[in-house]
Design a protein around this ligand. Structure first.
Ligand SMILES: N=c1c2ncn([C@@H]3O[C@H](COP(=O)(O)OP(=O)(O)OP(=O)(O)O)[C@@H](O)[C@H]3O)c2ncn1[C@@H]1O[C@H](COP(=O)(O)O)[C@@H](O)[C@H]1O
Length: 110
């Protein structure tokens, strides 16, 4: 099965970019972006904690909903910092094939 998250994140990114500069009264994204990156970061932190709590209690439905909130707020925070999911994808690709254990050990040697 071809994954659906890439196209979904692309479409979400396009919607967020299109909202930039819109009236904050009519767009939550425009409101967040006009409030500044610290507000965007605060919202991502809140949604991350909510997703973690849903996962910890084993609530699959809530975890899925909260995860969508996390992706949305991460997309807004990336936009607020001039970054994108493509940048994140490049970083993930860079890490492919490097074990997390080996990477941690290499950091300790530095
Ligand atoms: N995916 C989302 C999305 N996920 C969550 N949210 C909003 O994020 C907010 C967070 O929920 P909270 O309960 O924390 O809201 P709150 O307490 O009112 O927030 P604050 O007062 O703290 O800012 C809610 O208003 C949600 O509706 C989203 N808002 C927008 N999108 C996407 O962005 C697109 C553009 O939306 P607008 O910018 O609103 O047109 C939409 O078509 C969607 O694709």
């Amino acid at each position: 099965m071809v994954g659906k998250i890439g196209p979904a994140l692309d479409a979400l990114t396009r919607r967020i970019t299109a909202r930039k500069g819109d009236d904050p009264e009519s767009s939550y994204t425009a409101k967040l972006l006009s409030d500044g990156r610290e507000k965007c970061a605060k919202k991502l932190g809140e949604e991350g904690v909510e997703a973690a709590l849903a996962g910890a209690k084993g609530d699959r439905k809530e975890l899925v909903a909260e995860s969508a909130d996390v992706f949305y707020h991460l997309a807004v925070l990336l936009e607020a910092n001039g970054a994108s999911f493509d940048d994140v994808a490049d970083e993930l690709d860079r890490r492919a094939g490097v074990s997390g254990i080996a990477e941690k050990a290499s950091r300790k040697r530095r």
